[in-house]
Write a protein of this length. Structure first.
Length: 160
């Protein structure tokens, strides 16, 4: 989808020949609005989210609210965990007791802007390490967050 395009449009495969991970059909659209940037609040269209956002102390803020990096970490970890459960179930494994934790870092980039880095910590206590690694690799191909970030930010997956 190009910048400014309506949700639900699709384009041709990318020119670089990489796998096209864009949706072929939009099944759900989430809407959220920011009021005041990093020192304000965010709301969702359906009223499920109404949160104060604030700069963390490490970035010069008071830390009296959540921040976009925490929200991204929550979204990525829950989405990746769901993808992991999906591929596990497809392969006949019960992943009860598994968890995915995400750390999202922010810092300056070389283009005078800011960039993100993600570390996902995956716990699959009931599976042997070789099988766990195969399921994690498969989940990384299925997860929409992984597909959106691939090639754009560093994502490290730690299996333990």
């Amino acid at each position: 989808m190009t910048e400014g395009a309506a949700v639900g449009t699709t384009e041709n495969a990318d020119a670089a020949g990489t796998a096209d991970t864009r949706p072929t059909k939009i099944m759900y659209v989430a809407e959220a609005t920011a009021h005041g940037g990093r020192d304000g609040y965010v709301t969702s269209q359906d009223g499920q989210i109404e949160l104060r956002v604030a700069m963390p102390p490490q970035l010069g803020g008071d830390g009296n609210g959540t921040n976009p990096e925490q929200l991204f970490a929550a979204g990525y970890s829950s989405c990746f965990h769901n993808a992991l459960i999906l591929v596990g179930n497809r392969a006949g494994y019960d992943l009860t007791g598994s968890t995915v934790a995400a750390k999202v870092g922010i810092g300056p980039n070389r283009s005078k802007g800011y960039g993100l880095a993600v570390a996902l910590s995956v716990s699959l206590p009931v599976l042997d390490p070789g099988l766990a690694e195969k399921l994690v690799d498969a989940a990384h191909q299925v997860c929409p967050y992984s597909n959106a970030t691939r090639g754009n930010i560093d994502v490290t997956i730690i299996l333990g």
